[in-house]
Design a protein around this ligand. Structure first.
Ligand SMILES: [Zn+2]
Length: 359
């Protein structure tokens, strides 16, 4: 039987907008390049060789995981943007390729000096082969199953380009840092425009807001160096934003006071009470994840531990809707398939409507 993506779409939409009846709690896993390699048995270079290869590999992977969402993980403001900037600024040698995971940029090389920031050229993503492949793959996925969006971010790119120096700039030269943020924003708008030209209307944007974490910076700085740009993207595109932060001290409540978000995606705090309280405070914001962290039960526990964790989240957060199961961050190499597959099993067991929790 073919995979029922229409049922998945209904689950996701019904959950985000709190409308319609859904048959069960949806599942939103983050499967990065290494998981796609692992499940399809292909090298990363084979996957990225053509849009068709990438689209098919992604569909195979997300169907295998029994997901209700799908993504082309390289179409993302981390390594993908580092590569685009490196190519546009003749610094290709700062990118290292691997067999079974995504390429990596040497952090802080593209914008090593102040002059590098001043002269930094914004990439034209249409001319960057990796981006052309990714956006074309998104187009195929969209046509085939009516899903698949973009993943943006500001601070994730700043870190790639400027490295740890960015944190010194924050104190010593905030204007310079802001200049870099502006350029990254411009580049992100180019990605958005390219997507609109090739794929069409933007629905939701998965935004990796890595600045929104107490360990990184104050909330005020997070708004200055990332939050204001999210607001500008929203104003320009009317897109709905899902804010991802996989840090251990995220500013989810604070940011929801400032920015209109469709959903938050995190794995911390681990205390489920924080999330119960979040849901009471922001009933319109969907929670994706809550406290299912890939470096805990999934990495070190048994399938039963994983089941219990998913149950805890569904029991506390799914009643009333606007909850989606989502372990974060990316499912890493060390997590066993047995544990990974315990998630959809547990969702079926505890998350099928009508919800009942007596076993
Ligand atoms: Zn993350």
């Amino acid at each position: 039987m073919p995979y029922d993506w229409e049922a998945s779409r209904n689950r996701i939409m019904g959950t985000f907008f709190g409308t319609g009846k859904i048959d069960r709690v949806p599942y939103f896993p983050l499967a990065c390049e290494e998981m796609i390699c692992r499940i399809t048995g292909k090298t990363y270079r084979e996957i990225i060789a053509s849009p068709k290869n990438y689209a098919n590999a992604a569909i195979t992977t997300f169907e295998f995981l029994k997901a209700d969402t799908i993504s082309i993980p390289t179409a993302y403001a981390g390594p993908g943007e580092a590569l685009a900037f490196a190519e546009a600024n003749d610094k290709k040698e700062s990118i290292k390729w691997f067999d079974y995971k995504v390429f990596m940029a040497k952090q802080g090389v593209v914008c090593k000096t102040e002059e590098d920031i001043e002269k930094l050229e914004i990439p034209d993503h249409r001319k960057i082969s990796v981006w052309d492949t990714c956006i074309s793959a998104l187009d195929i996925v969209n046509k085939k199953i009516g899903m698949g969006g973009l993943s943006l971010g500001i601070w994730s790119v700043v870190q790639e380009l400027r490295g740890v120096q960015a944190y010194k700039d924050m104190r010593r030269n905030p204007d310079l840092l802001l200049k870099l943020c502006e350029k990254v924003y411009e580049s992100q708008m180019d990605v958005l425009n390219f997507y609109q030209e090739k794929v069409g209307q933007i629905g939701a944007i998965f935004f990796t807001g890595y600045s929104f974490n107490k360990h990184m910076m104050s909330f005020e700085d997070a708004m200055k160096f990332e939050g204001q740009f999210i607001k500008r993207i929203q104003k320009k595109t009317n897109a709905m934003i899902i804010l991802h932060n996989c840090g251990t001290s995220p500013y989810f409540k604070e940011v929801c006071e400032e920015i209109d978000l469709l959903a938050v995606n995190g794995s911390h705090p681990l205390d489920i009470e924080y999330w119960v309280n979040f849901k009471e405070k922001f009933p319109k914001v969907t929670i994706i994840g809550a406290n299912i962290d890939v470096s805990r039960e999934l990495l070190n526990g048994t399938p039963q531990d994983v089941e219990n964790k998913v149950k805890e989240n569904i029991t506390n957060l799914a009643p009333g809707g606007r909850y989606i199961v989502g372990p974060i961050c990316c499912l890493p190499w060390g997590v066993s398939l047995k544990n990974i597959m315990a998630i959809p099993k547990a969702i079926k067991k505890y998350g099928t409507h009508p919800l009942k929790f007596n076993d």
